[in-house]
Design a protein. Structure first.
Ligand code: ATR
Length: 282
């Protein structure tokens, strides 16, 4: 539908922002639910994020998503930040309150969990140890979700071990740092493996990891969604593991923001996934 003078406006703040799939994703929901609203790219350079966030209520906007490189720096620019965003150390969703106050949260943890649960019905984090490859911002959200869902043990493996140690201290719970060389051994007895590194992404080096010790009952998830099926997923599927790709996490993490800004709880459907996939050329 076309938008009126009453349209609710939200967007995604990033630099660069042209590559973001969020306008396509939210635009689909706006059309699907016939909402008088718009979701626009907001190209905000580093150093300008505080001013841009403070402009949201002045412009009458409902809020925005935050993407690279502003997810960490925007934490300090908001009036209120949720516990999960504080633990993760990053904000990806900002809501403007009726009083103009800015509230930030991080929906990557819930997006990760909802994607796994949707694709592996009955999946339960408490069932066994998890191996998380990587210790960046995405890893922090994944580890927080696993720790909060009762994982008995989260083994965090990172090239820079100090970063894995810091993650374990910050997130809390049964989270244990390991060196990259320990990856093959850490697979032993695991119920879940998640790649949160940039390895295996299009135009990035491949992810080389030995999963021969991983039980065949384990779920293997990649948060990389370009390509949709990574080499890790192919190897795991070929030996019989259940695999989950990263596109669903992107779709699911978008739901709480859309609901808060536009007042409708949107659904992640196959049609939506196909529509977003088209933009990835697959
Ligand atoms: P994000 O916020 O999306 O998680 P990030 O903070 O840049 O992104 O984290 C990228 C992750 O990929 C990190 O765990 C990084 O390892 P380091 O902490 O050692 O940098 C990992 N990564 C990137 N390139 C890598 C490589 N060539 N080998 C191993 N790990 C790599």
């Amino acid at each position: 539908m076309s938008i009126s003078g009453h349209a609710i406006v939200a967007g995604v703040m990033g630099w660069p922002v042209a590559h973001s799939l969020s306008p396509r994703l939210h635009g689909y929901w706006l059309r699907h639910y016939r909402i008088d609203g718009a979701y626009v790219p907001l190209a905000v350079p580093p150093g300008e994020v505080e001013g841009a966030l403070r402009a949201l209520p002045k412009l009458g906007m409902a809020g925005c998503n935050i993407t690279v490189p502003h997810k960490e720096s925007s934490l300090a620019c908001l009036d209120d930040v949720s516990n999960i965003a504080r633990r993760v150390g990053a904000v990806n969703t900002v809501v403007v309150g009726s009083d103009g106050q800015l509230t930030g949260t991080n929906t990557d943890a819930v997006g990760f969990r909802d994607n796994i649960v949707t694709n592996v019905p009955g999946w339960n984090a408490a069932e066994g140890p998890a191996v998380v490859l990587g210790a960046g911002g995405a890893a922090r959200a994944v580890v927080a979700a696993l720790a909060d869902d009762g994982s008995p043990e989260v083994r965090v493996i990172n090239r820079t071990e100090a970063r894995a140690e810091r993650l374990a201290d910050d997130i809390g719970g049964p989270v244990f740092p390991f060196a990259w060389n320990d990856a093959a051994d850490a697979m032993d007895g695991a119920a879940l493996v998640v790649n949160t590194t940039t390895l295996g992404m299009t135009n990035q080096p491949p992810l080389v990891v030995d999963i021969s010790a991983l039980p065949l009952s384990a779920v293997v998830a990649d948060i990389v969604y370009n390509p949709l099926c990574t080499a890790l997923m192919e190897t795991a599927a070929a030996r019989g593991n259940t695999v989950v790709g990263g596109l669903g996490m992107l779709l699911h993490q978008a739901r709480p923001g859309f609901a808060a800004w536009f007042g409708v709880e949107p659904e992640v459907t196959d049609e939506l996934e196909s529509f977003v996939r088209e933009a990835l050329g697959s």
